[in-house]
Design a protein around this ligand. Structure first.
Ligand SMILES: [Mg+2]
Length: 238
């Protein structure tokens, strides 16, 4: 049995269908359906393997870190654990960015607990599943498809949309605002949205006030907007 909010979303799907509307559920990917901590950890591990021999403080900071300790910026996590060499931290930033935004490294992500089962449930009840992600076209599309499939998210069976950012450079918030227009073009009824970024969740709330909007309490960007009070906060999909 799922939590009460599962039944709420599922019954919203049923009601939309019986009123003759296409129910739509919108899901962000990073830090919503997938945890990126293993991707971050793997990149850090490779960096430490490369630079550890000349930087013992890097090795000892890394040895204190568990996957779940990783926040938004891996260099901040190391700085807090005593790595002070600015050049080294700058070179980690570059090393990280060259890997984090690639299909290859998406293979390390794990689904947030309960996510595949919940999304499958929504799809099999008749909802259109709209995967909306700031991952970009031109580097992350194949890995995105592979990881959705590998972890059992609905994909091949119709009523599934995967919408990636058209270019790396576009700001995520601009992209999500434009995506609202695409979602509307289906002329269905948005019943639920799921996001980890408060600013995006607020945007969905303003755009689709009749739906229920969830905020995943995973990680979010520094200086994020304060979340609207009516967002439903959940730790995962169980
Ligand atoms: Mg996200």
């Amino acid at each position: 049995m799922g939590s009460p909010w599962h039944s709420d979303v599922y019954s919203r799907i049923d009601s939309a269908l019986s009123a003759g509307h296409l129910p739509i559920c919108v899901f962000d990917l990073d830090s919503t359906l997938f945890t990126t901590a293993p991707r971050n950890y793997r990149i850090l591990e490779e960096f430490v393997a490369l630079h550890g021999p000349e930087h013992p403080d890097l090795v000892s900071a890394f040895s204190e870190l568990r996957e779940d300790d990783l926040g938004w910026n891996v260099h901040d996590d190391l700085r807090r654990r005593g790595v002070t060499n600015t050049e080294l931290l700058e070179s980690l930033k570059r090393f990280w960015a060259e890997r984090f935004f690639t299909s290859e490294y998406l293979a390390h992500d794990r689904p947030v607990p309960g996510a595949p089962a919940f999304v499958l449930g929504a799809h099999s009840r008749g909802a259109l599943i709209y995967y909306l992600t700031g991952r970009h076209v031109g580097g992350m599309e194949e890995g995105t498809v592979r990881s959705l499939r590998r972890h059992g998210f609905p994909f091949w069976r119709g009523r599934c949309v995967v919408h990636l950012k058209p270019s790396f450079e576009m700001a995520d918030s601009t992209f999500k605002a434009e995506a609202v227009a695409d979602i509307r073009s289906y002329q269905g009824q948005v019943v639920a949205t799921f996001e980890n970024e408060p600013g995006n969740a607020n945007l969905f709330l303003r755009s689709f006030p009749e739906a229920v909007h969830f905020l995943l309490m995973t990680v979010h960007s520094p200086n994020a907007d304060p979340p609207a009070r009516t967002l439903k906060k959940i730790p995962d999909f169980r």
